[in-house]
Design a protein around this ligand. Structure first.
Ligand SMILES: [Zn+2]
Length: 123
């Protein structure tokens, strides 16, 4: 029996914090990007959530452009050997693209919860 849990006032903010979009307290993930089966505080079943490639798409579009621009800038400004890109551009790319994926996925799951998004069905 799950106790009565107060709903969060901001599901999207809870999602960005990787918390349950219903209560804002339970964990959303088991591991880095694997969704937990349900909220460990309010019991919300996360089976509705399927952001698919959405988080990777948004992170690539938003963060990949400055990372690629940095690599192009390094190349055009210094014309360095290839290994310099391995030490500068690659870490910059990884640091700008990997950390935002988890909160982006949390936000998209919260958005699905908020808008009751699910696969279309014929009735
Ligand atoms: Zn919850």
């Amino acid at each position: 029996m799950v106790a009565q849990v107060q709903k969060t006032s901001s599901p999207i903010l809870a999602g960005l914090k990787c918390r349950c979009p219903q209560c804002g307290k339970g964990r959303l993930f088991n591991g880095f990007l694997t969704l937990a089966p349900r909220c460990d505080v309010c019991g919300l079943d996360y089976s509705f959530a399927d952001p698919a490639d959405g988080p990777a798409f948004f992170v690539m579009i938003i963060m990949g452009i400055p990372a690629a621009a940095f690599g192009v800038w390094v190349e055009l400004t210094f014309e360095p050997p290839f290994w310099v890109h391995l030490l500068t551009t690659l870490p910059f790319l990884l640091l700008t693209c990997i950390p935002p994926i988890r909160p982006t996925k949390g936000m998209l799951v919260a958005s699905q919860y908020l808008h009751k998004a699910e696969e279309g069905r014929f009735r």
